[in-house]
Design a protein around this ligand. Structure first.
Ligand SMILES: [Zn+2]
Ligand SMILES: [Zn+2]
Length: 370
């Protein structure tokens, strides 16, 4: 296996190429994983488009680079100092690679390490037959979780961490989730599974809102229609208080403004969406100070507290993410998959790619597709 197929960003323009490249050589503290499934993230779309963010974050000098970071696969080789991962293990990967030396790393906040390296951003990614992964971020999956779901644990981890917050105080509470992208949809499912009792989903696209409904949203509020006063609606349906918890997962000025208004006094505002402009205006006095709000910024997921919870939620069957996993493609069909991801109005949520045809066909059968 000297050569492998991979989706490679070769030029600083939109697109990528399906090429034969060298199979990665692992260092002593890495493992080589044969990719069974890999899902497309918003980050991959940024890189695919080669937008200003990826031009600044990755830059032309880093090319060629293999895209992708959400992965599930089998370990086929381990480095000489690798201890806990074995050949044959069924694994996924935390994509944030911590330095283990900064203050965050030394005090239990590795997910926001000062010198974070990201899989598929700062080094070659998972849209390939094989990927090299440091042992420190390798995560052993439960075999009850099929690869097309296991690859989604990384974004599902974002959703789970956002829902649970710092105090995990969510059971019996009300929650407004603003945004209808895949992570917001995952958040709806997680919120339902962990006992949130009333969920408002604020979004734009019928396709995604329907998925949100399937996952357990009680009320769908359209951000792009003015038939309903959304803030008033949330208050009217929470005894006039506002939602106990607001998850901001859209990042638009309107979402930020309405999010703080929907929040009840003393509630928790979880900030996950990346603002379209930063610095950005918020009503600081009324939204945070006088309201006594707790504001929680979310970057990644806890290593590895969130991962244990995600694995248990998926393996138990109590969280069914199948409505969010809308499309499966062969890795070679990546261009079609990216077109699907970029289409507006949205007609897809999570898309999973398979390097191996047999694996792809089995996944389609499992999901009742064809
Ligand atoms: Zn991702
Ligand atoms: Zn660090």
């Amino acid at each position: 296996m000297a050569k492998m197929k991979a989706v490679v960003k070769t030029k600083p323009v939109q697109g990528a190429e399906y090429l034969d490249v060298d199979t990665p050589k692992i260092t002593q503290d890495e493992v080589l994983v044969k990719v069974r499934a890999t899902s497309i993230c918003g980050t991959d779309v940024h890189i695919y488009k080669w937008d200003p963010w990826s031009q600044g974050r990755i830059g032309e000098k880093a090319l060629p680079q293999i895209l992708g970071h959400e992965v599930a696969g089998e370990v086929v080789e381990v480095g000489s100092t690798v201890k806990k991962i074995k050949v044959g293990d069924y694994v996924s990967a935390e994509t944030h690679i911590p330095c283990k030396a900064c203050i965050q790393c030394l005090t239990g906040q590795e997910h926001i390490c000062a010198n974070l390296k990201i899989l598929g951003v700062d080094r070659d990614g998972a849209f390939a037959e094989y990927i090299a992964i440091p042992e420190s971020v390798c995560w052993v999956n439960d075999r009850a979780i099929p690869p097309e779901f296991a690859s989604n644990q990384e974004p599902l981890g974002n959703a789970t961490y956002t829902v649970l917050g710092a105090d995990y105080n969510v059971a019996g509470r009300t929650m407004a989730i603003i945004g209808d992208g895949p992570i917001a949809l995952f958040a709806v499912g997680v919120a339902r599974a962990v006992g949130v009792t009333k969920i408002f989903l604020v979004g734009k696209y019928d396709f995604n809102m329907e998925i949100g409904k399937k996952l357990g949203a009680d009320h769908l509020l359209y951000a792009n229609k003015d038939d309903v006063d959304r803030v008033k609606f949330v208050k009217d349906n929470t005894n006039g208080f506002g939602a106990d918890i607001v998850l901001e997962m859209a990042g638009s000025p309107q979402a930020l403004d309405e999010g703080f208004k929907m929040l009840r006094k003393g509630g928790r505002f979880s900030a996950f969406g990346i603002a379209s402009e930063s610095p950005t205006l918020i009503d600081y006095n009324n939204g945070i100070v006088f309201k006594g709000s707790q504001v929680h910024g979310i970057n990644g997921r806890l290593m590895f507290d969130t991962w244990f919870r995600v694995r248990n939620l998926l393996a138990s069957g109590r969280l069914d993410i199948s409505p969010v996993v809308t499309h499966l493609y062969l890795l070679s069909e990546f261009a079609k998959a990216f077109e699907e991801m970029m289409a507006r109005p949205r007609k897809s949520a999570k898309i999973v790619l398979f390097p191996d045809k047999k694996e792809y066909e089995e996944a389609r059968r499992r999901r009742g597709m064809r």
